[in-house]
Each structure stands twice: as structure tokens, then as C-alpha cells.
Design a protein around this ligand. Structure first.
Ligand SMILES: [Zn+2]
Length: 100
């Protein structure tokens, strides 16, 4: 089976690890030995902020605009989730407030 073509990066940013895992993870896993934790991390990263983890709808009380957000995996190895955690930690260390 030929390898899937590499996904094209979206405009304005580089290629994400999740995109690489989604494109090549299914072919990679059967041919490489991974620990259970590694498999779980790969799956978490692949599904982070996708419909696979569900989501929620936020509606603006003022204008009624609706925004759908997908849930995060919260895996400690996920770059998306850890980037947010790192930013919050840095803001707290700098003495800045954090809005939740
Ligand atoms: Zn994540």
C-alpha cells in the first residue's frame, strides 16, 4: 500500500504533529514497536480538537453568534494542549492575570 501523501500545511503556520500522525499513523503503527503509552499519546494527538472527542457550542449573549469548539485531549505529550498550559504558566510566573 503506498504511503499517503503528506498533508499540505495550512496557510500562516507550519505543519502540525497531529496532521503528520493522522496522515501516516495508521501505516506507521503496524510496522513499528510502540509502548502502550506511546500508542495512547499518538491517538490523543491525532484526535485532539477534532469531532472524535466531541465539542461544545458557544453562543454570544449579545449578538447570538455561534462558535463550535472541539474538546482537547489534555494528554501531556500533545503539543496543542501543552502550548496552552505553557502559556498559562508563563503568564502566572510573570505576575499576569489569567482569564478562564
Ligand atoms: Zn491535545
Amino acid at each position: 500500500m503506498p504511503a499517503a501523501p503528506a498533508p499540505a500545511p495550512r496557510a500562516g503556520r507550519g505543519l502540525e504533529l497531529a496532521e503528520i500522525f493522522r496522515a501516516h499513523g495508521a501505516a506507521y503503527r503496524p510496522t513499528h514497536t510502540l509502548s502502550r503509552a506511546q500508542r495512547r499519546a499518538m491517538h490523543a494527538i491525532e484526535t485532539c480538537r477534532t469531532a472524535a472527542l466531541g465539542g461544545h457550542r458557544d453562543t454570544c449573549d449579545t449578538c447570538g453568534a455561534v462558535q463550535i469548539s472541539y474538546n482537547s485531549c489534555r494528554n501531556r505529550h500533545c503539543p496543542k494542549c501543552q502550548t496552552l498550559a505553557k502559556e498559562l504558566c508563563l503568564r502566572l510566573q510573570r505576575g499576569g492575570g489569567v482569564r478562564v
